[in-house]
Design a protein around this ligand. Structure first.
Ligand code: GRG
Length: 308
């Protein structure tokens, strides 16, 4: 992991208290997620959906959406349904990723995986239910935003998660198992699609909802692409250096699956350097926004300082 002494704490840098910011936004997101999905018939399905949706996690994706909306002059209320939908989609991707047909994992977010508790059939359907409900939630719950912006967000998210984004990245990732010699270009494709596309969608949807001008959208999109790749490099580093307890999931999986990772291609030190450089480039995109960009600046630093 990149040591916290290597990177100046954003809290000290700018008088911005990231821990308090994250705690406040996490509490808002938790409450909104809990309200978004009451149990109904068939109870087993809803319970399975709620089991994973409310299993904790950093809530980084909804917070990125909220922070981006506020940076662009919007309100938390405008972005909260989309922020919740992003967490629903992220959660469904984790449920499906953990299935025996994919990563075959027993633990996620420190708890048994969905299929271990509810069985594979219900886990697949809980994932399907969350994916579709996410779009229903944006379409029916977004208020105070012109309809054409909501439509743009729905279209953009669908594109980011489909074959041109997360799903495509996952396919190439699965195909690359047992091939530790894949090219850097393929590894880059996997991560910009499997992880980066969702993070980019979080930031751009928040800005779109706020009605951000094209220049702002482009800057935020480049910020998100850079932190998305840095996030994945750190994920690869943590898979090597962190314990299962810290991660809340099995550690050392990439090595066992004979997967190419950034540390396996570059080594640990170069991977850390690359992650730091990407974060610096991401933060440079935010410079014109001054104080309004403090949360996104601090989140970029948090991405490389995290231990799980
Ligand atoms: C999205 C339609 C659709 C299908 C899913 C299974 C699949 C297709 C994609 C897999 C995507 C995947 C699992 C990417 C890994 C992303 C990643 C680094 C997850 C860990 O994110 P954290 O650390 O986790 O933010 P928490 O638990 O904090 O939310």
């Amino acid at each position: 992991m990149v040591s916290t002494t290597e990177i100046q704490s954003p809290d000290k840098d700018a008088g911005f208290n990231l821990s308090a910011y994250l705690a406040e936004k996490q509490a808002l997101v938790e409450a909104a997620l809990d309200r978004s999905l009451p149990v109904a018939y068939p109870e087993k399905l809803y319970e399975a959906m709620r089991y994973s949706l409310l299993a904790g996690g950093k809530r980084l994706r909804p917070i990125l959406c909220l922070a981006s909306c506020e940076l662009a002059g919007g309100t938390l209320e405008m972005a909260m349904p989309t922020a919740c939908a992003l967490e629903m989609i992220h959660t469904m991707s984790l449920i499906h990723d953990d299935l025996p047909a994919m990563d075959n994992d027993d633990y996620r977010r420190g708890k048994l995986t969905n299929h271990k508790v509810y069985g594979e059939d219900i886990a697949i359907l809980a994932g399907d239910g969350l994916l579709v409900y996410a779009f229903e939630w944006i379409a029916t719950q977004t208020q105070g935003v012109p309809a054409e912006r909501v439509l743009q967000v729905i279209g953009r998210l669908a594109h980011a998660f489909g074959a041109a984004g997360v799903v495509g990245g996952q396919v190439v990732d699965l195909e690359s198992e047992g091939k530790p010699d894949i090219s850097l270009e393929t590894l880059h494709y996997i991560h910009t699609h499997k992880t980066g596309a969702l993070l980019e969608a979080c930031v751009s949807s928040g800005a779109l909802l706020a009605g951000a001008p094209p220049e702002t959208l482009q800057r935020l999109s480049r910020y998100a692409e850079n932190i998305g790749l840095a996030f994945q490099i750190v994920d690869d580093i943590l898979d090597v250096t962190a314990t299962a307890e810290q991660l809340g999931k099995t550690a050392g999986k990439d090595l066992r699956a004979q997967k190419a990772t950034f540390p396996s291609l570059w080594g640990l030190e170069e991977s850390k350097r690359q992650a730091r450089q990407l974060v610096e480039e991401a933060k440079a995109e935010l410079e014109p926004f001054g104080q309004k960009a403090l949360p996104l600046q601090a989140i970029a630093d948090f991405i490389i300082n995290r231990s799980h």
